[in-house]
Design a protein around this ligand. Structure first.
Ligand SMILES: [Zn+2]
Ligand SMILES: [Zn+2]
Length: 453
């Protein structure tokens, strides 16, 4: 088995990838368009620097602009076909119908002033003198002296741009396509995992005989290593969270080395087990490719948005990812979903001893007694606790220990443990006997003496 460092993506994926070059070309047109109307990068940077907070629509404290990516979707919820409608709004000050903002060049002022009067739909949003006086920015206008006169007006002007809409249309379409592709790939993997679960179930079913029992033991070790490797996702505190593809490759290599060192594959006896192992490797490799592809595209989006901001100063690199997250997602964690699926469908077929230990003695919980609070302990530990008059479950502190009787013996669990952990059950039964005998015959008793006597 090999987990490639180099990735070769299927053609369909490559066609879906974020078209960085095309977006770059489109960005050039956006820049040119803004320059032509006097809202070049320098002007917007100057305006943005004075803007402490994003201006709310009705309290422009100063000459300001806002750039929103509105999502067109039904009922305010972004539909799958949702489109971003970028909207550049500039607030300008008019005195006696003349734009007065000194920060703008005369031609820009002229352009915005014309826009303010030509766009009747927008003039509805024009702030009236009354509402202007009620907003917190009143002090600002008063301190301007003459600005307090009725002749000053603040207009909210929507600047019509063409190419930014095109830019976001391309970007959004591709993010959405990748989302769809990702969902398809995830569904495929989940089907494969379900099939593998069945295959594995057959390979390790203990009632099938000694080969299956031996394979069960090997698979348990394989999955124990796999869980230790935390390939795609770590729940450990020190490195919590999703792994990058580079980390995942490293973890898979570690897993691979361990499996080889312990000769686990050679020890698998049935053909079904060998086939299942190959499928397991294939699924991990496929998941790795998805992770890598996702990373490449996420990086392309981040890079092109940074470039967009660098060229325009419109500040989209923070707003676009939020907008994406609310719709089709490039940030969705396929690895995490698929891993969860693997642990339910595969690892549960091969029960791990850790999940069946008694929380008091850390040996297998046999005979299993299920308290009313649903916590399971070995009968031996509960007997000892009740002798010490300890009434409360050590896990949840419920007053359940003294209530336990024969009816709390979990027969199903006991049968399950005998089936999947015969060795551990035998050892535990022996240990229980030894302990009981020592209680009767004194601490010097041990079973070896008993046999030789
Ligand atoms: Zn115990
Ligand atoms: Zn409890």
């Amino acid at each position: 088995m090999k987990f490639a460092q180099e990735f070769h993506f299927p053609r369909k994926w490559v066609e879906c990838a974020i078209p960085y070059g095309q977006l770059k070309k489109c960005l050039k047109k956006v820049t040119k368009e803004l320059e032509e109307i006097g809202l070049d990068k320098e002007t917007l940077t100057r305006l943005a620097a004075d803007q402490q907070h994003p201006p709310s629509d009705h309290t422009p404290a100063d000459l300001a602009f806002s750039y929103h990516l509105d999502v067109d979707g039904k009922d305010g919820k972004p539909a799958e076909s949702a489109r971003f409608r970028p909207r550049l709004t500039v607030f300008i000050h008019l005195e006696d119908g003349v734009a007065v903002d000194a920060k703008l060049s005369p031609s820009t002022r002229d352009f915005l002033q014309k826009l303010a009067f030509s766009n009747t739909a927008i003039t509805d949003d024009t702030l009236s003198s009354d509402s202007r006086l009620s907003v917190p920015s009143r002090a600002f206008y008063s301190s301007q002296g003459s600005a307090a006169s009725n002749a000053t007006d603040i207009r909210q002007v929507e600047v019509p741009l063409v190419f930014d809409a095109e830019f976001f249309r391309i970007l959004q379409t591709d993010v959405s396509n990748i989302g769809t592709l990702q969902e398809e790939e995830q569904a495929k993997l989940e089907t494969q995992i379900a099939a593998l679960g069945e295959e594995l179930g057959k390979a390790v079913e203990p009632s099938r005989g000694r080969r299956a029992k031996a394979d069960l033991d090997v698979w348990r070790q394989i999955f124990e290593l796999y869980l230790d490797a935390r390939v795609f996702f770590s729940s450990r505190e020190s490195d919590h969270g999703a792994r990058t593809s580079t980390q995942a490759v490293e973890q898979l290599h570690w897993f691979q080395d361990q499996v080889v060192q312990r000769k686990l594959v050679q020890r698998l006896r049935s053909g079904t087990s060998h086939a299942a192992f190959n499928n397991f490797v294939r699924i991990n490799t496929a998941l790795l490719s998805i992770l890598k592809f996702q990373e490449i595209n996420r990086l392309a989006v981040t890079k092109i948005l940074k470039k967009f901001d660098k060229r325009t100063s419109l500040g989209v690199s923070t707003t676009f990812p939020v907008a994406v997250r609310s719709g089709h997602s490039l940030a969705g964690n396929v690895a995490q979903d698929v891993c969860a699926r693997m642990s339910t469908e595969l690892i549960s077929v091969v029960p791990q001893l850790d999940d069946y230990l008694c929380p008091i003695c850390f040996a297998i919980a046999y005979w299993p007694v299920r308290l009313q609070c649903q916590h399971v302990f070995c009968s031996r530990c509960l007997v000892k606790m009740s002798r010490k008059d300890e009434r409360h479950c050590p896990l949840c502190r419920a007053d359940t220990i003294m209530l336990a009787g024969l009816e709390n013996f979990d027969a199903d669990r006991a049968a399950f443990l005998r089936k999947y952990f015969p060795k551990e059950v035998k050892e535990k039964v022996r240990a229980n006997e030894r302990e009981r005998n020592q209680e009767i015959f004194g601490p010097s008793y041990n079973s070896v003496h008993c046999c030789t006597m």
